[in-house]
Design a protein around this ligand. Sequence first.
Ligand code: NAD
Ligand code: TYD
Length: 339
Amino acid sequence: MTYLVTGGAGFIGANFVYHMLAAHPTDRIVCVDKLTYAGNLSTLEEALKNPNFRFVKADICDREAITKLFGEERPEVVVNFAAESHVDRSIENPGVFLETNILGTAVMMDVSRIFGVERFHQVSTDEVYGDLPLDRPDLFFTEETPIHTSSPYSSSKASADLLAMAYHRTYSLPVTISRCSNNYGPYQFPEKLIPLMIANALADKPLPVYGEGLNVRDWLYVEDHCKAIDLILQKGRVGEVYNIGGHNEMKNIDIVKLICKALDKPESLITHVTDRKGHDMRYAIDPAKIHGELGWLPETMFADGIQETIQWYLNNRKWWEEIISGEYQNYYQRMYGNR
Ligand code: NAD
Ligand code: TYD
């Protein structure tokens, strides 16, 4: 079996590559990634030593390159992680989100249709459902919750989901979609909340909390997300959407305080900065469908996963210090300089 994994040099894609190489040691994993600012080949260093793994640098919008790759590899399964993934960047510059997240997904599905695949899995997000109010803790996102997006990022992901369902209905492309809550764990780019706060705290820099920090996210350890996708590939029903989340809601401010405590840094580093435009208040997944149908449950408790993650960033300073030493500094200045 050959799996074509797009975006495998990014955070979740790389964790998925490692999961698949370990869980399916006789299968072939081909990774296609454009290596944008968020993609890092050094993340795949160990995978590159495995004869069952191949890396190809290409843009998922590049129809010719993707067609050539399908001709060479004839993948049975495509897992589409490749995306522009950061909400703040989508607010700054939506165009590239529309190109990669919508048009790139369309190219991947067109070529999958032409060559024929057993499964096209679209990795989506709970952000397509918009947000929930803080004063209604009884409400959760189910697969039936209407799409109601807030940011250019979530709108581009929702567009890709609609297109994927249309390709399933119109062309019988064997599509599945997963919508996961916020992930944390090794190899997350330090522009996202948890690694950014760890990196800043270690450098005794201010910890920029948007607004009051009362926004709630539903955090899942990345390995649990990877296992859920694997399960959907093996046992999920074609044409279905599966929500993935582990009922682990936390306020941003509590996460930042927890990181301060774990690193023995003073909470006085916390700086409240101007809120994100259109900032979603609360995300909360109801995972009843994937649990009931496929038997999936998260395995890593947040208390353990966050300690492991912090330890990983302490042990792998070279990985993230290199990332934040270059172009990222310009981004940081633009995003936080006058905030
Ligand atoms: P990431 O930004 O860390 O990685 C994205 C990867 O895609 C990078 O390696 C990048 O080089 C690659 N890429 C970007 N544009 C490309 C293009 N045009 N062609 C080929 N490769 C391209 O993102 P992530 O956090 O790992 O997210 C992966 C997927 O999971 C995304 O589709 C995202 O929407 C979804 N998701 C993320 C989360 C989360 O908490 N991070 C939660 C739910 C869903
Ligand atoms: P983020 O990691 O960007 O994920 P998402 O926006 O996709 O949920 O942000 C998580 C939460 O943390 C979100 O409510 C915004 C907030 N946040 C901050 O308060 N400060 C920061 O510097 C960042 C990056 C995020």
